[in-house]
Design a protein around this ligand. Structure first.
Ligand code: ATP
Ligand code: MG
Length: 548
């Protein structure tokens, strides 16, 4: 988020500042460490950290590990790495929700003592069956259990005397509320499961709606920013703050979740893809995770630009993935060094060029950036061109190489197509050509040909693997699937097309993992950080998508 930009959250904060309700803005980002961060979380964390930054405030990083299932230190470290990559810093304010378990428990006892909570004995099924509906209030036969009895049962719940599901602690609020979250919601439940940090110390765990406001208040958070699905929980959030003896009064503000076309933003779905080897890990370059985008070749700046462009609104919407691609394409168009790669090589032999000769053409590294300088590109008698740049039976308006036709070898000579030599199976073995030797680089010429194609010297070419990545799903709206289908049904079978033995120019010999280039006339590519000698396609050179 650009620091000077504004949105409705900032308007609320400005009001709170003007009214003297707060002095220093303090936000938090509370990821659940049960998976890697995806671009949806990224929106949330940019709002949290970006808002604090704009107001000269602080943002805490808090692992929301209240729910003991499926949490792992692998995720904790990955989350930290991703946030740092985006350029944000939580200083020494790194916390775990589970560190507040003891205090949260004490506050629950206080609620019981004040008659604001009670131990309920409905089974989970009975609980559901007794929730009532819009015209009927919920029913809880245990609501008027004497305080002493609830307190005793709650302590024994903690001591591990009862099986899971036997009792819950419930807030005593309003069984007839039009907001079902207020119909005496559960605050604690029994679970015999090991916690990744607390071990087996606890067998009762607070519900998110109880734990989260308490954690915010204990950390002195002034504005608790979260996605829209928590809007209906805000009355409960405020109830907890009002009824518990906590040191501050945070304000919850909700914003729209990010949805993007042709992908899924749900850890559960993403984990399934990883666990079933449908993708190559959380950092597969097709994944909408931050580590996946990074490995694909996205920069932090392009991701920040994307989040800035979509803005912060209150209503949910679907963002075209073309906008994300546009952001990296725009950046790399300015910054990426140009290099030559031939994905489907065909050999062209220039019969009138001496066999032992090598010319070095001086070619700009980036025509958009004169400071990027030039490099030397070798030219020899045998070059590779791309199979797509040749047509034996050319369609109309085909200005690349064709029988008898002329084409310019980019930055080099104009060549004329001669004999086409075939393999036994009918495929092309090599094409013979003659060059107009008056037309090389720097040679002024009024000879004009319509087509220009790229090439690499066969003698100098480096064999490389290239993976042409595309969108993970073929369907645009993955949030609204046709009945009877699953998101897996829409996986794009061509989302990762591996090209082996592509030919690239020798300047790429020095490329380091993570380096990004424009492969001229093809697209933007990044050297893979996992597989050796592999380049990943980040995005194509052009797309029909235009941002509004
Ligand atoms: P998922 O649905 O992928 O499992 P989650 O909400 O369970 O996501 P958390 O780790 O709890 O994941 O999320 C951390 C923060 O990120 C929360 O404050 C949540 O509101 C926010 N968040 C998650 N997904 C999105 C999204 N698509 N757009 C905006 N914010 C999101
Ligand atoms: Mg969550």
């Amino acid at each position: 988020m650009a620091e000077n930009s504004s949105n409705f959250i900032h308007d609320f904060i400005d009001e709170d500042l003007a009214a003297g309700k707060v002095e220093k803005i303090h936000t938090r980002f509370p990821p659940e460490p049960n998976g890697y961060l995806h671009i949806g979380h990224c929106k949330a964390l940019i709002i949290d950290f970006g808002t604090a930054k704009k107001y000269g405030g602080l943002c805490n990083l808090r692992m929301d590990d209240t729910n003991p299932a499926k949490e792992d230190t692998e995720y904790v470290e990955a989350i930290q790495e991703d946030i740092r990559w985006l350029g944000f810093d939580w200083g020494d304010r790194f916390f775990y929700g589970s560190d507040y378990f003891e205090r949260t428990y004490e506050l629950a006892e206080e609620l019981i003592k004040k008659g604001d909570a009670y131990v309920c004995e409905l089974t989970p099924e009975e609980f559901k069956a007794n929730r009532g509906d819009l015209t009927h209030p919920a029913v809880s036969p245990y609501r008027d259990r004497p305080i002493e009895e609830s307190l005793d049962l709650f302590r024994r719940m903690r001591a591990g005397e009862f099986p899971e599901g036997k009792y819950t602690l419930r807030a005593k609020i309003d069984l007839a509320s039009g907001n079902f979250n207020m119909r005496d919601p559960a605050l604690y439940r029994i679970r015999y499961i090991e916690h990744h940090r607390q071990g087996t110390k606890w067998c009762i765990f607070p519900m998110y709606d109880f734990a989260h406001p308490i954690q915010d208040a204990l950390e002195g958070i002034t504005h608790s920013l979260c996605s829209l699905e928590y809007e209906d929980h805000r009355p409960l959030y405020n109830w907890v703050i009002e009824h518990c003896d906590v040191p501050s009064t945070p304000r919850q503000i909700e914003f729209a979740r990010l949805n993007i076309t042709n992908t899924v933003l749900s850890k559960r779905y993403l984990r399934y893809l990883v666990e079933n080897n449908i993708v190559d890990g959380w950092d597969d370059p097709r994944m909408p995770t931050l580590c996946g985008l990074r490995r694909r070749g996205y920069t932090a700046a392009s991701v920040l630009d994307f989040i800035d462009r979509i803005g912060v609104a209150k209503s949910n919407s679907m963002v075209n993935i073309g906008l994300l691609e546009y952001c990296i394409r725009e950046e790399l168009n300015q910054t990426a060094l140009r290099r030559i790669a031939v994905l489907k090589p065909i050999k062209v032999v220039i019969d009138n060029y001496p066999e032992d000769r090598t010319e070095w053409f001086d070619v700009a590294n980036n025509p958009n950036d004169p400071e990027a300088g030039t490099r030397q590109v070798p030219f020899t008698r045998e070059v590779y061109i791309d199979a797509d740049d040749f047509a034996e039976v050319p369609p109309p308006k085909f200005f690349r190489l064709k029988p008898g036709g002329e084409v310019r070898l980019m930055s080099g000579y104009i060549i004329k197509c001669g004999e086409i030599i075939k393999n036994e199976d009918g495929s092309i073995k090599e094409i013979h050509a003659t060059a107009d030797l008056e037309t090389g680089t720097g040679v002024p010429t009024d000879r004009k040909v319509k087509g220009t194609i790229h090439w690499v010297s066969a003698k100098h070419a480096i064999d490389t693997d290239i993976v042409v990545y595309d969108r993970l799903f073929t369907r645009e709206n993955m949030n609204d699937l046709p009945e009877g289908t699953s998101y897996i049904d829409f996986l794009n079978p061509e989302s990762a097309v591996k090209v082996e033995n592509a030919k690239v120019e020798p300047a790429l010999a020095d490329a380091k993992p993570g380096d990004k280039f424009q492969f001229v006339r093809i697209g933007y590519f990044a050297k893979d950080t996992k597989n050796e000698n592999t380049f990943n396609r980040i995005v194509s050179l052009k797309d029909s998508y235009k941002p509004e």
